[in-house]
Ligand binder design. Structure first.
Ligand code: NAD
Ligand code: 0WE
Length: 256
C-alpha cells in the first residue's frame, strides 16, 4: 500500500525530464497518487504531455501563472475531474536572464515585478484556488526555494529577493490555511542541473564549490529532493507546516 493511495495532486513546473517537478511527480505517482500536470506555454506542451501520459495523467493543462484566467480554468477542471485535491506542487521560477547576469543594483522595476509575480505571488494565487478543493482533506502545498533567499549568492540577484518573498509567503499561507488542516512548506534545494540552471554562467563552478564545502562533499539529486517532497506531501509530515526544509547536502549549515 503506497503512502499516497487515493490522494490526488497537481504538479506545476514540469518543463522536461530534468525538472525537479518531474522527479517529484514520479515519486508521488509511485506511492499511489493520481496526478494532474500543467505546462507554462504551448512550446512546452510537447515536452510535458508524453511525460504526463507515461504516468497515466488525465489532466494536462496550460497554465501561465501570470494569467488569472488560466489559473481559474485549471482549478475548474480539477474540480470537475478530481472533485477534490490533496497535494499541490509549485516548482516555478522566472526572472529575466539579464537580471541574473550582473548585480542586483541594476534590477529594473519591470524585472523585479516579473520575478516576483512568477516566482513568489503565484504560490498565493494557486493556494487560494486550491484551498476550497482541499477542504476536509489532508491538504499539502509545497514549493521549491533556494539558499539565495537568505544569503547573497552572486548573480542570483532578484531571484533571491523573490525567493525571500516566497519563503515568507509559505509562513503566512501556513498560518491562514492551518485551521483548515492544509499544510504549506518549502524545500530549499542545493544546485541541480536543470533547464532553469542550464544557461547560468558559473553554474559548474557552483556545483564544484558545493562538492568541496558541503558536509556530504557532494551535490544533491532531483530524486533526493523528491524524497523530501514525498514526506511533505504525505501523512509522515502531518505535524509540519510553515517550514523550509534543506535538501542541500548540508551546505547551508557551514559558516566557513
Ligand atoms: P525547470 O526549468 O525544469 O522548472 C522551472 C519551471 O518554471 C518550468 O517548468 C517553467 O515552465 C516554469 N515557469 C516559468 N515561468 C512560468 C510561468 N509564467 N507560468 C508557469 N510556469 C512557469 O527548473 P527546476 O530547476 O526544476 O526549477 C523548479 C523550481 O526549483 C524553481 O522554483 C527553482 O527556483 C527551484 N530550485 C531549483 C534549483 C536548481 O539548482 N535547479 C535549486 C533550488 C531551487
Ligand atoms: O531558481 C533557480 C533558477 C531560476 C531561474 C533560472 C532562469 C534561467 C533562464 C529563473 N529565471 C531564469 N530565467 C532565464 O531566462 N535556481 C535555484 C538555479 C540557479 O540559478 C542561479 C543560481 C542557481 C543555483 C542564477 C545565478 C546564481 C545561482
Amino acid at each position: 500500500m503506497g503512502l499516497l493511495e487515493g490522494r490526488k495532486g497537481i504538479i506545476f513546473g514540469v518543463a522536461n525530464e530534468k525538472s525537479i517537478a518531474w522527479a517529484i511527480a514520479q515519486k508521488l505517482h509511485k506511492e499511489g497518487a493520481e496526478l494532474a500536470f500543467t505546462f507554462a506555454g504551448e512550446a512546452l506542451e510537447k515536452r510535458v504531455r508524453p511525460l504526463a501520459d507515461s504516468l497515466g495523467a488525465k489532466l494536462i493543462l496550460q497554465c501561465d501563472v501570470t494569467k488569472d484566467d488560466q489559473i481559474q480554468s485549471v482549478f475548474e477542471q480539477v474540480q470537475s475531474s478530481f472533485g477534490y485535491l490533496d497535494i499541490l506542487v509549485h516548482a516555478i521560477a522566472f526572472a529575466n536572464k539579464e537580471d541574473l547576469k550582473t548585480d542586483f543594483l541594476s534590477t529594473s522595476r519591470d524585472g523585479f515585478r516579473l520575478a516576483h509575480d512568477v516566482s513568489a505571488y503565484s504560490l498565493t494565487a494557486l493556494a487560494r484556488q486550491a484551498a476550497p478543493l482541499m477542504q476536509g482533506r489532508p491538504g499539502s502545498i509545497l514549493t521549491l526555494t533556494y539558499y539565495g533567499a537568505e544569503k547573497v549568492v552572486p548573480r542570483y540577484n532578484v531571484m533571491g529577493v523573490a525567493k525571500a518573498a516566497l519563503e515568507a509567503s509559505v509562513r503566512y499561507l501556513a498560518a491562514d490555511l492551518g485551521p483548515k488542516g492544509i499544510r504549506v512548506n518549502a524545500i530549499s534545494a542545493g544546485p541541480i542541473r536543470t533547464l532553469a540552471s542550464a544557461g547560468i554562467s558559473g553554474f559548474m563552478e557552483m556545483l564544484h564549490y558545493v562538492e568541496a564545502k558541503a558536509p556530504l562533499r557532494r551535490n544533491v539529486t532531483a530524486e533526493e529532493v523528491a524524497g523530501t517532497a514525498l514526506y511533505l506531501a504525505s501523512d509522515l509530515s502531518s505535524g509540519v507546516t510553515g517550514e523550509v526544509i534543506y535538501v542541500d547536502a548540508g551546505y547551508n549549515i557551514m559558516g566557513m
